[in-house]
Design a protein around this ligand. Sequence first.
Ligand SMILES: *Cc1c(COP(=O)(O)O)cnc(C)c1O
Length: 344
Amino acid sequence: MKTIDLRSDTVTLPTAAMREAISNAELGDDVFGEDPTTIRLEKMAAERMGKEAAMLVASGTMGNLVCVLTHCGRGDEAILGDQSHTFLYEAGGIATLGGVHPHTVANQPDGTLRIEDIEGAIRVDNVHFPRTRLICLENTHNRCGGAVLSPEYIEQVAALAHDRGLVLHLDGARVFNAAVALGVDVKELVWHADSVSFCLSKGLSAPVGSVVCGSKEFAAEARRIRKSVGGGMRQCGIIAAAGIEALDNMTARLADDHANAKRLAEGIAEIGGLAVEPQRVQTNIVFFDVVGGAVTAEQLVARLGDSGVRILQLGPARVRAVTHYGIEAEDIETALDALGKAMC
Ligand SMILES: *Cc1c(COP(=O)(O)O)cnc(C)c1O
């Protein structure tokens, strides 16, 4: 029996082409700037994002950490969503390692921060206050169910940031999902951001790695910060080789994951005791709730697990299913069947 693992798109395994690219990768010492495969990936990523420079990092968490620490000094303040990955799920690294003060603003259900809320959070110059330095956005927005931020909204936040002498960082862990969902070039989503990080290891299926992009000056400073957090990697062409394959061949297919997520949500809406809003499923993440009391979320997750379908519990009643490479349309039907049976 095939396990249908819908807990996360991080469970994706490298493709055969990635394994091949890894075994053939030309390598050198990247801390000496001598790993040709890493250099190639970074050049390619910078071009794709329309930025001057890019740098490979070990994870999305390291990418966001390095970006925030590059923009902010100790005691500076970063404005970010109260549902953002950086605030909730990165072990408080910007504060513990960087001394950066997180100032949260409520995320709206569509993943945005209200412009007036951001404005209200920007500090005036006063000895009582930390200095606001940075605004962070997340696209797609994980905790908001894979919600997509539009290029217009991002431009609006960037204009506010730059007008007030601040910088904008974009946590684009799944920014290619956003671009595919909107049918726009990814450049349009990151154009106005001073830095962006994106994951190679989620829907793009590479085994390890994220990339951060920005100006030449930004990247030079980010390289020093990356070294300071132990992220200088030697023959990291091993990782970059899979990343090149991911950028070349794994972005367009994200549309299949979105179609599968949509079908999954529509099917869930038909099952008694489950509540979902299919119209809010824009990308590859489906949040739904176990309601009515006949079955608990714990029981649902356990029963599904017994039938080879894995999902993630995120709250007392809330569960999550994520579609990704390796999950086919027929797997969605199998999962829906198992969900129906588990709720009986
Ligand atoms: C997964 C994720 C990250 C962190 O990536 P890791 O590689 O797991 O450290 C950052 N931001 C968002 C929105 C994510 O979904």
